[in-house]
Design a protein around this ligand. Structure first.
Ligand SMILES: Nc1ncnc2c1ncn2[C@@H]1O[C@H](COP(=O)(O)OP(=O)(O)OP(=O)(O)O)[C@@H](O)[C@H]1O
Ligand SMILES: [Mg+2]
Length: 167
């Protein structure tokens, strides 16, 4: 970290979900008035980065500074958490984030989201609905996400589940 002043500084962020390493030492800063685009393929970690900035996700390692104020965290690795709730509330109240829209059932996995309609509405047998769900999810490139809940998917991945459901 240098001593320059910035509206936002992120320093060496590491974030993984189990074995999936999403952020591998991401650093950047932004100044007042900056407009920044983050580019990357679906699932590459753009939203995860934003969620780490407003502490909706806690990075296992690395620091976030808002207006040069360090967001305090305590603990290590997966046990790491925000150290000062009041600080988080104060900072969050000044950060805006527009979430990616989706309309999946949050209590069902990707596979179940796709099976539900045909079973309930079209009386399709469970085994058949399941096979179709897997085929469609495979077609949209989500064969490794069958058993993931929407909260474990990126925005683009949720959109693809919705597309598979409409198949
Ligand atoms: N809570 C979670 N548990 C497990 N895996 C997760 C979780 N959140 C995100 N992931 C995974 O982390 C990866 C990065 O997700 P992220 O939402 O950051 O992608 P993204 O770059 O915003 O993609 P998109 O362009 O589709 O919105 C994805 O593979 C996603 O499945
Ligand atoms: Mg996203």
């Amino acid at each position: 970290m240098n001593s320059e002043s910035h509206a936002l500084t992120i320093d060496n962020l590491h974030k993984r979900f189990g074995d999936l390493e999403v952020l591998k030492g991401t650093s950047m800063h932004a100044d007042k008035g900056d407009v920044i685009s983050i580019l990357g393929s679906s699932g590459s970690g753009k939203s995860t980065l934003l969620r780490c900035i407003n502490l909706l996700e806690i990075p296992q390692q690395g620091d976030v500074y808002i207006n040069d104020e360090l967001i305090k965290m305590k603990g290590v690795g997966d046990k790491r958490k925000a150290a000062d709730k009041r600080q988080i509330e104060r900072i969050r109240s000044r950060l805006g984030m527009v979430f990616q829209g989706f309309n999946l059932w949050t209590h069902m996995t990707a596979r179940q989201n796709i099976m539900e309609g045909p079973i309930q509405v079209l009386n399709v047998k469970k085994a058949e609905a399941e096979e179709r769900a897997m085929t469609y999810l495979d077609k949209v490139g989500l064969s490794d996400k069958f058993e993931c809940y929407p909260s474990q998917l990126s925005g683009g991945q949720m959109q693809r589940v919705a597309i598979a459901r409409s198949g």
